[in-house]
Design a protein around this ligand. Structure first.
Ligand SMILES: [Zn+2]
Length: 233
């Protein structure tokens, strides 16, 4: 099949009525539902067509074939239920394991051991101990979803054996720096206020002194004139 182009346009009636138009189609492996995309004159590469269907919710399995959004949803729901029942099962096993009647150091059941082993494998792979954070796309919650364990349990084990999460993202670093700068500005502004107050006080003192000088000069002048008048007699 080398060189052949998948997604050869097929002429189909339009959903909204009107004349037939060329469509590129994909068929659901599960239920046979058909996805369609209006074909353009310039043929898009298969990857672009698959990207379009993916964005519509399809999972592509091979050219022109996939799992339709409805079946994807159904699969997810089934997986979720399976996980829920698996978790319930582990909980039952856990509660049985920790029954007081059992030996003082109870052995964990193989199912629980396997789940915890899976957790440690995931932490080992997806938690960056040096950077002290998860690799992109991973978190306690996501591992919880995948293992059926509770996020709290995972957080406890992670902190205990792999380390706490340290947020040293550039946003956090810049945010911290901004807070420091704002604190600095506030401090300088309050200092400026103090200086202004002192300056205002000094100014009014200066004005008062100048008035006193004027008054004294006037008094001196009057006295001088009085002496002169007396001598002239
Ligand atoms: Zn389907």
């Amino acid at each position: 099949m080398a060189g052949s182009y998948p997604y050869n346009p097929i002429s189909l009636p339009q959903m909204t009525g009107g004349p037939k138009r060329p469509f590129q189609v994909i068929t659901c492996d599960e239920c046979g539902a058909m996805g369609r995309k209006i074909a353009h004159k310039s043929r898009l590469p298969p990857e672009a067509i698959e990207k379009f269907f993916r964005e519509e919710g399809w999972r592509i399995t091979r050219p022109e074939q996939g799992v339709c959004p409805a079946c994807v949803k159904k699969e997810q729901e089934e997986r979720r239920q399976k996980r829920a029942s698996k978790q319930k099962e582990s909980e039952v096993i856990m509660s049985k394991t920790f029954e007081p009647a059992k030996a003082p150091q109870p052995e964990k059941s193989p199912a629980v051991k396997a789940t915890i082993a899976e957790l440690y494998m995931m932490l080992d792979e997806y938690f960056d101990r040096v950077a002290k954070r998860y690799k992109p796309g991973w978190s306690d919650e996501i591992i919880a979803e995948k293992t059926g364990l509770s996020p709290e349990f995972i957080a406890t084990r992670r902190e205990q054996d792999f380390g706490k999460i340290e947020d040293d993202s550039i946003e956090k670093v810049l945010g911290d720096r901004l807070v420091k700068i704002c604190d600095g500005i506030e401090k300088l502004m309050s200092e400026a206020g103090e200086i202004r107050k002192l300056l205002d006080g000094a100014k009014s003192k200066l004005a008062e002194t100048e008035i006193t000088i004027c008054a004294l000069r006037l008094a001196a002048q009057t006295a001088r004139e009085a002496i002169r008048a007396r001598n002239a007699k």
